[in-house]
Ligand binder design. Structure first.
Ligand SMILES: C[S@@+](CC[C@H](N)C(=O)[O-])C[C@H]1O[C@@H](n2cnc3c(N)ncnc32)[C@H](O)[C@@H]1O
Length: 209
């Protein structure tokens, strides 16, 4: 079995384990970081050209236009750049656990986005941001941490989850599971998307009564 297949198997194992028991993340965290640090330089050659098709399809349904946005597990920053292109007024923060990914994302930053997009190394399970600070929190091929997502999302803001290869994506969480976790936290306005080979899911945190 080659390294790439092993990495995909590890990503799937970690996703399923953390979805079952979020406290297991601290066991997987250093391994995940090491894995993505090692492949940061070649990550963009490992994906299909339309890998963000479902992410972009869900972005089209985001409204109103968010002012502050977050792309969690941003990798080389392509999701963050897509948000910035879609919402020309928005500030975008791309976060990744792997510092080599953050460096790659910085390196790939188009000059015209430099004023609104920044990348930071952080863990999506314990973000260094105040509560209710983002109007959109997006994930492309990334394990969700629902409590932390709920904490940083503004009331009325939206959460986006995209998986480039649908259920074949190594890091994949089924729509039913996303809905269950988000319903439990009071989220509403669920929508599902398919585009290219992938799927996406959108949900809104309710505005307090
Ligand atoms: C499968 S890659 C996806 C990268 C990018 N979103 C894309 O679709 O091309 C997952 C990324 O999430 C990062 N990651 C995994 N767990 C994370 C966490 N808890 N917090 C922040 N980043 C994380 C990894 O380092 C990796 O860069």
């Amino acid at each position: 079995m080659n390294r790439r297949v092993l990495g995909q198997k590890f990503a799937r194992l970690a996703t399923n384990a953390v979805m079952r028991s979020p406290q297991l993340w601290r066991v997987f965290r250093p391994l995940m970081r090491k894995q993505f640090d090692a492949i940061a330089g070649t990550w963009d050659t490992m994906r299909a050209a339309d890998h963000l098709a479902p992410y972009e399809a869900a972005l089209e349904a985001v409204e109103p236009q968010p002012a502050r946005t977050l792309d969690l597990g941003t990798g080389t920053g392509q999701g963050a750049f897509a948000i910035a292109r879609r919402f020309p007024e928005a500030e975008v923060v791309g976060v990744d656990l792997a510092t080599a990914m953050v460096e790659e994302a910085d390196r790939k930053m188009p000059d015209d986005l430099r004023r609104r997009v920044r990348f930071e190394a952080a863990d999506a399970s314990a973000l260094p941001y105040p509560g209710e600070s983002f109007g959109l929190v997006a994930h492309a091929n990334m394990i969700p941490f629902f409590d932390e997502l709920d904490r940083v999302l503004q009331p009325g803001g939206q959460a986006l989850f995209a998986f480039s290869l649908g259920e074949e994506t190594p890091i994949y969480v089924a729509a039913e599971r996303l809905r269950t976790e988000l319903e439990r936290r009071g989220f509403i306005d669920f929508a599902e998307f398919t585009a290219g080979k992938g799927t996406a899911f959108l949900a809104r945190k309710p505005v307090r009564a």
